[in-house]
Design a protein around this ligand. Structure first.
Ligand code: WT7
Length: 651
């Protein structure tokens, strides 16, 4: 357990009580009701989840809600047949939801598009038929590299409709990252756009894809959405391989019968960083994920028919999968989707959008909130934010100061805040307040969601007040594995303690039973909500011809939550210089993407190691955070750390 995390967490004991008005209308309106239902969901999960699943459409009902025989390879809704696109679309077409906005979209330059459930269903059916025409079949993997435009949601739903497996790659990733992911899952197609808008510029996505797939023989077709229209850069269309999206959906039927897929058929892969090696393809399957995102979206965001719900995440991350696309649409909700950055054309863009569309539920990340704080209250104050009734956060622990600011300046002290803890691997929200029935404490994710059996354990698996977060029972939205690496799945998540899931976070439980998540306890760093494995970055550095060794650590950062610091030692004869530093940053952009550039790169003569050769990261963290050095008795060469410290303080 990372000592630092435990010591520095700020425990806020102030309680915030939801208003009577919110309480009265909430789906779950009293703590008693929560506890009663929670108890039932834990005592008889099959009954609980079975009855929730009944609210959705199944072509054939499951034989068994949960099969644990082959643990940790759990099966949910075994032998059930369903289709998540049917549940997100068709299911609503015979109700009043048919003509309701499913997606309200705003492009960064300011265009608007509204797709009703009917419109969205037509688009998805057409694109699904176009995919079939290109030979895409059930089980094929399709990589999606798109900006935040409606076609991104359409593409995912179209894949799901025909049983193809999507893997969305965040549009900030480099060509090499795309290549690695495409090769890992043997993707048959890439769906991209000519470009996407970001802070007034066009990201040239198609060109990046062209570079990425040069070495990918598995990719037979590339579909290109026209988004950047005639902006002055070339978008090369390779005859026979590349297809304009608008051409292939022209003149295809708007009726594509949904594939009746098995509950455990793969819905998507999403790559995320771990503590070792390359990013891993997290597997999510259909039935359980659908039921879990449906229920969590409904209760955590307390969705009502009239809500305009806005999650500011990019769909390239799991938050967007579960809480822009699948969860809200399964509930027939209206989702706002915005393409660009919050400071374009000025720092009031988000608040302008909230006012313009009357957003009622707003879900964002602590790092964004801290950025807004830095920009100042005058931006939100210019706009009428009174439509808001509920706020949420996700991605990292929220510091009480940011929580209080969010509550006051954005929420007008009149909106409950749901601080939702979960992960790519969990598929959906695991620990969270249910608004209306729970008092909140700034910085605490409060209680577990229905069916989630949480505890805090020490290294040897005994319950403790502060230690490692642990999940004792399977849940429907859980990952089913790591793509083509069953061993890594077992080792990473199920080997710390027998039959218990280990998420990699530290946690504390207070005397009210509230959970406080303290951040990662492994070598994963959370920079502005982007997960980066230090080992992954280290191996990228040593691939560079000038570098002998490297150690990357995460340090606290006022806005980003955490930032990366890289310590590198150079090969014989190589000299440290600002140019080399620039080149190394460029190297990281090429290998991963801009978001992974370290805050600082320190050129060190040597790295602090134990006598057995293990790098002592703890000392590097002490140096970087300006603390007195911890125990250095195991250090092989004490002079190394003094040299490092001097270098760090110089820069
Ligand atoms: C890690 C998962 C879940 C979607 C976004 C990130 C941290 C996430 C919280 C929270 C404290 C949080 C954890 C977790 N995290 N939400 N509310 N409070 N920490 O998904 O990239 O898979 O990262 O984000 O450390 O393990 P991810």
């Amino acid at each position: 357990m990372d000592r630092q995390n435990l010591e520095t967490v700020l425990m806020e004991n102030r309680k915030f009580v939801p208003s009577d008005e919110f309480k009265k209308r909430a789906h779950i309106s009293s703590l008693d009701e929560y506890f009663t239902r929670y108890r039932k969901s834990i005592d008889d999960p099959e009954k609980f989840w079975g009855s929730i699943a009944e609210e959705l459409h199944w072509f054939k009902k499951w034989d068994r809600v949960l099969n644990e025989e082959d643990a940790p390879f759990f099966k949910w809704f075994e032998n059930g047949k369903t289709n998540i696109s049917y549940n997100c679309l068709d299911r609503h077409l015979e109700t009043g939801v048919r003509n309701k906005a499913a997606i309200i979209w705003e492009g960064e330059p300011g265009e608007q598009r509204v797709l009703t459930y009917w419109d969205l269903a037509r688009e998805v059916n057409k694109f699904a038929n176009a995919l079939r025409n290109l030979g895409i079949k059930h089980g094929d993997r399709i990589a999606i590299y798109l900006p935040m435009i409606p076609e991104l949601a359409i593409a995912m739903l179209a894949c799901a409709r025909i049983g193809a497996i999507h893997t969305v790659i965040f549009a900030g990733f480099s060509a090499e990252s795309i290549r690695d992911r495409v090769l890992d899952c043997d993707a048959r197609m890439v769906i991209t756009a000519d470009g996407g808008w970001r802070r007034g510029n066009v990201l040239q996505l198609k060109n990046i894809v062209d570079e990425a797939i040069q070495e990918c023989d598995c990719v037979k077709d590339v579909v290109v959405v026209k988004r950047a229209h005639g902006d002055p850069f070339p978008c090369h269309i390779k005859e026979g391989r590349d297809h304009w999206y608008h051409r292939i959906i022209d003149e295809v039927s708007a009726v594509c019968p949904p594939a009746e897929v098995d509950s455990e058929d793969l819905l998507f892969l999403l790559y995320t960083s771990g503590t070792t090696g390359k990013p891993k393809g997290i597997i999510h399957t259909t039935g359980g994920y659908m039921v879990f995102t449906y229920l969590t979206a409904k209760y955590v965001f307390d969705l009502r028919p009239e809500d305009v719900y806005w999650c500011t995440a990019d769909i390239g991350w799991v938050t967007g999968h579960s809480y822009i696309v699948y969860g809200p649409l399964a509930n027939g909700a209206t989702c706002l989707m915005y393409e660009g950055t919050p400071n374009w054309p000025d720092k009031g863009r988000f608040w302008n959008i909230i006012e313009k569309y009357g957003v009622t539920v707003f879900y964002t990340a602590p790092t964004a909130i801290r950025t807004f704080m830095k920009w100042g209250e005058r931006w939100p104050e210019k706009y009428d934010l009174s439509s808001l009734r509920l706020l949420g956060t996700v991605g990292e622990p929220i510091n009480p100061e940011a929580w209080i600011w969010y509550n006051k300046i954005i929420g007008g002290e009149n909106c409950p805040i749901v601080d939702t803890w979960w992960q790519t691997e969990t598929g959906g929200i695991m620990i969270t307040p249910l608004p209306g029935c729970m008092d909140t404490k700034p910085g605490s994710a409060t209680y577990p969601f229905f069916g989630i059996d949480v505890t805090v354990l020490n290294e040897s698996g005994e319950e403790t007040e502060a230690g490692f977060l642990a999940i004792k029972k399977p849940w429907p939205g859980m990952l089913r594995g790591i793509y083509s690496d069953a061993k890594r799945y077992k080792e990473t998540y199920w080997s710390k303690w027998p039959d218990v899931y280990f998420p990699g976070d530290g946690a504390k439980k207070d005397s009210d039973g509230y959970y406080w998540i303290l951040g990662r306890v492994d070598d994963v760093v959370n920079v502005s909500g982007h997960r980066i494995g230090t080992a992954e970055l280290e191996s990228i550095f040593v691939e560079h011809e000038t570098i002998a060794e490297s150690a990357v650590i995460g340090i606290k950062h006022e806005v980003k939550g955490q930032a990366l610091v890289a310590f590198v030692s150079l090969k014989e004869g190589v000299k440290a210089s600002p140019e080399l530093e620039g080149e190394l940053k460029h190297w990281v952009v090429k290998k991963i993407g801009k978001f992974a550039i370290p805050e600082r790169i320190i050129f060190a003569a040597d790295l602090p190691k134990t006598r057995s050769g293990k790098i002592m990261r703890r000392l590097l963290r002490d140096v970087s955070e300006g603390r007195a050095l911890g125990n250095i008795t195991t250090l092989a060469d004490a002079a190394v750390i003094d040299d490092l410290k001097a270098k760090y303080e110089e820069g």
